[in-house]
Design a protein around this ligand. Structure first.
Ligand SMILES: [Zn+2]
Length: 173
């Protein structure tokens, strides 16, 4: 009886260890993925990876971050999009700002999908914080895409997603 209790306890201990290891592994994987993601390269952070789905604003401390002024209308539109963004995937947890000096001041879960001229740019919703607090300057073609993008819950937006081969985002099977 004693040995059985001891065994169960040991197994539970082992399970807790495995759980914490897999959390650490998930975190390491996330850091490696983010560290490789540069602006305008295919976004490998999503369940679907395609040449026309491009990363913008996946910033980590290890990067050289492009800084400079961003048009205020671009910031305003991104802020508006982040209120109720269109989301093709269930989020795999939140990400925290990795470039704040002391601990992440902001965290976000959603990503913004901006279709434009055959491409779909995808950025974390934290992009508004990166622009506002850290002077991140997103690429010009992304800014053009944001200014041309219809409201995210509109039919025009969905039509534009389809026109930019966005169906890969919801046909993941
Ligand atoms: Zn920050």
């Amino acid at each position: 009886m004693w040995s059985r209790v001891a065994t169960v306890e040991k197994l539970q201990q082992a399970l807790r260890l495995i759980d914490s290891y897999s959390l650490v592994c998930h975190e390491i994987r996330r850091c490696i993925t983010l560290a490789e993601l540069r602006d305008l390269t295919p976004c490998t952070y999503l369940p679907v990876v395609a040449d026309h789905i491009l990363a913008v604003g996946w910033l980590e401390k290890a990067f050289e971050i492009p800084t400079g002024p961003t048009p205020q209308e671009v910031f305003a539109k991104l802020t508006e999009f982040a209120r109720n963004p269109w989301q093709p995937f269930v989020s795999a947890g939140y990400h925290e700002c990795g470039i704040c000096q002391f601990g992440g001041e902001k965290r976000g879960t959603a990503n913004l999908f901006i279709p434009y001229e055959g491409k779909i740019y995808v950025c974390p919703e934290l992009i508004t914080h990166y622009i506002n607090a850290h002077y991140y300057s997103p690429p010009v073609e992304f800014c053009e895409a944001v200014l041309a993008c219809p409201p995210m819950q509109s039919m025009a937006y969905k039509r534009l997603l389809v026109a930019c081969s966005g169906a890969v985002l919801w046909q993941t099977e």
